[in-house]
Design a protein around this ligand. Structure first.
Ligand code: AMP
Ligand code: ZN
Length: 134
């Protein structure tokens, strides 16, 4: 399989490793949104959130939490965003599940997405469709 992140795990491609354990790896995003932007991945290849078993997802999230704390303390930033782009339509370019942990500081100029509002009955309709799928 031609997966860049699998190659990083195997050591076939270089990376700036932030943290590693048996199941997860954290490394610097090479095109950072902000200084210290870190990616957290499972060592086993799963393309997205639907693919990874819950137990393994928990291990990844625990590493995300640890990295977030380290970014705050180590870089002296005030907060961070955690993001996961799921599927190409949502901006996922690399098909190996990864969480972005992005350090944030006041006035860093990074804007989040715009928000809209529900029309009459739309919230109820959305709720109904989502709950049926759970
Ligand atoms: P996504 O759009 O969620 O799939 O994000 C993929 C991320 O991987 C982007 O932010 C890229 O900058 C990052 N990236 C791509 N190649 C590498 C690499 N070799 N080392 C570190 N980060 C990478
Ligand atoms: Zn992979």
């Amino acid at each position: 399989m031609d997966c860049i992140f699998c190659k990083i795990i195997k050591g076939e491609l270089p990376s700036f490793k932030v943290y590693e354990d048996r199941h997860t790896l954290a490394f610097l995003d090479i095109v950072p949104v902000n200084y210290g932007h870190t990616l957290v991945i499972p060592k086993k290849h799963y393309s997205n959130m639907e693919e990874i078993p819950e137990k393994e997802l928990k291990e990844v999230i625990v590493t995300v939490k640890m990295v977030g704390k380290a970014l705050k303390e180590g870089l002296g930033v005030e907060g961070y965003n955690v993001g996961e782009n799921n599927d190409p339509v949502a901006g996922q370019i690399i098909a190996h599940l990864h969480f972005h942990v992005i350090p944030r500081s006041a006035g860093d100029g990074l804007a989040l997405w715009p928000q809209g509002k529900y029309g009459d009955g739309e919230a109820e309709e959305a709720l109904d469709k989502i709950k049926k799928a759970i």
